[in-house]
Design a binder for this molecule. Structure first.
Ligand code: FES
Length: 510
């Protein structure tokens, strides 16, 4: 299945050179999504006598990780509701969160004035529910009001969106943009100001003591290392605190003046749906996102089909032009983890599905600390805070899952099948010559066989049929069929397996 997002499919390409050779710098940023690129831009624009020398390493191309697979919505609240922060941390922290996120959206608006058009627009965020979930909307209106947000009660929802069966929440003056176009343009600005950006430069090893990151063709030694990788690479305490999910999105062409018009529309029901419109390349689209599932456990194809069926129910039977998916990591106590952690590197993670705004908050907080002006909000989100009272239940649940996956041999598929009998497009975990092998046969007949043991801390990977990848349920590492890392905390690829079936022939059975 083609999973190129609407944003990535309609933004300009980039072409930064791969890192080659050994370099030194003041700040190494690992990751070229919104967090890393914003930080690079903030540091590179410093007009001091000795501006920091910045190197940014991106494993693939700028924005192609999570930023280019997001929804493009910017807002001061949270997708799980500001009411969750209010309930766990109190009204004052909820107000600080909304203030910090509002400032980040304003910052993005200011940057957009310096960039070519990236589709930034101010709009309202509208949230409503079916009857069974209306209580959440009512509580959210109370929490937003207490936090000083500009929230109103609406009355109706334009057809053909799902009807409101209770309160309609309207949060004023939020925003949207084309996230991929934004990071591509911001990276160009940072590079022009002096940041060294390298694409296709995956970090394979980090020596925290020596402050050195190694890629296939070079290395970077830095005074400070910032892991802007969505979840930090390697083994970190925060991995034990964050459930990992994937959420699906689709787009289809839509009438230019069709409802619902500009805005972010969140419908809460047994099935959650996030809806927005977009104009790109002279075409108009409706984007629908929803159907979140736990990485490496759920049937990904079923999740995508469920989203398409839900969209079809309300918007008719239209050809889907784009399908994509993005991963998210949730902080156990509903706040992200931003700042220096026990490895003495900076990390920025736990953004849930609110990463465009949190990523910008993170870049601003880390830039401020690196430049010697740490803000009070940084203490609230620092990685070392373990708040068992607020997050204990989630941490226990998450670690119970990891233990289960570590001890359970995840052999749910046809393990007695022979590799040579695997049909084109099929995957299986099989026993081959006494070894357990995660195998996939590509549509052209090529057979890939790798170890199913995740190289992070040893859980068993599970096949993702939508994105043709082996996904780890424990901390969200994902691998291509040939074992190379796509995302997540794992640094090393899945071990390639050389079996007699592979040696004996790669053609698919008829
Ligand atoms: Fe941690 Fe796989 S991501 S064990």
């Amino acid at each position: 299945m083609n999973t190129l997002s609407l944003w990535r499919g309609t933004a300009a390409p980039t072409g930064y050179a791969m890192l080659s050779g050994d370099v030194t710098c003041d700040v190494l940023i690992v990751g070229g999504g919104i967090t890393g690129v914003t930080l690079a831009d903030l540091l590179a624009e410093q007009k001091t006598a000795n501006p920091p020398k910045v190197v940014l390493l991106e494993a693939d191309a700028i924005g192609t990780g999570t930023t280019g697979n997001s929804t493009g919505n910017l807002y001061e609240t949270l997708s799980s509701g500001l009411r969750e922060i209010h309930a766990k941390w109190g009204a004052e922290v909820a107000r600080q969160v909304a203030d910090e996120r509002r400032t980040a959206v304003n910052f993005i608006e200011e940057r957009c004035r310096l960039l070519p058009d990236v589709g930034f627009r101010r709009c309202d965020l509208v949230e409503w529910a079916d009857r069974a979930h209306n209580d959440a909307i009512r509580k959210e209106i109370e929490a937003l009001t207490a936090a000083g947000c500009a929230v109103d009660r609406g009355t109706t929802i334009p057809a053909p969106l799902p009807p409101a069966e209770g309160d309609v929440l309207v949060l004023r003056n939020q925003a949207q943009f084309q996230p991929q176009a934004y990071v591509v343009a911001l990276a160009a600005r940072a590079a022009q100001a002096g940041a060294s950006i390298h694409e296709h430069s995956r970090v394979l090893e980090i020596d925290h003591k020596a402050r050195r990151a190694v890629t296939a063709a070079g290395s970077v030694t830095a005074r400070e290392i910032v892991m802007a990788t969505h979840t930090p690479k390697g083994v970190h305490l925060v991995h034990t605190e964050m459930p990992v999910h994937r959420e699906y999105a689709i787009a289809f062409e839509w009438a230019p003046d069709g409802p619902p018009g500009p805005g972010t529309f969140w419908w809460k029901a047994a099935e959650h749906l996030s809806i927005r419109t977009l104009q790109a390349g002279g075409r108009h689209y409706l984007v629908c996102a929803g159907q979140e599932h736990k990485v490496g456990i759920h049937n990904a194809t079923a999740g995508m089909i469920a989203l398409e069926n839900l969209a079809r129910k309300y918007f008719g039977d239209r050809p889907v032009t784009h399908r994509w998916s993005a991963q998210n990591y949730r902080g156990a106590d509903a706040l992200p983890y931003i700042g220096r952690n026990h490895s003495d590197c900076f990390i920025a993670t736990g953004f849930a599905t609110d990463g465009l705004t949190w990523g910008t908050v993170a870049a601003r907080l880390i830039a401020a600390e690196l430049l010697g002006h740490k803000s009070a909000f940084a203490d609230l989100v620092k990685p070392g805070r373990l708040s068992p009272v607020k997050g204990g239940k989630n941490i226990l649940q998450e670690n119970a899952l990891v233990v289960t996956q570590l001890v359970k041999d995840y052999l749910t598929q046809r393990q007695n099948e022979k590799l040579s009998e695997l049909k084109a497009g099929d995957s299986a975990i099989v026993d081959a010559e006494g070894e357990t092998v995660a195998a996939y046969r590509a549509p052209d007949g090529e057979l890939f066989a790798v170890s199913p043991v995740c190289t992070h801390v040893g859980c068993k990977v599970h096949w993702n049929s939508v994105e043709t990848s082996w996904d780890c349920p424990c901390h969200g590492s994902r691998f291509r069929p040939d074992g190379t890392v796509i995302e997540g905390p794992a640094l090393a690829p899945l071990k390639r397996k050389h079996t007699p079936d592979l040696a004996g022939g790669g053609s698919a059975p008829a």
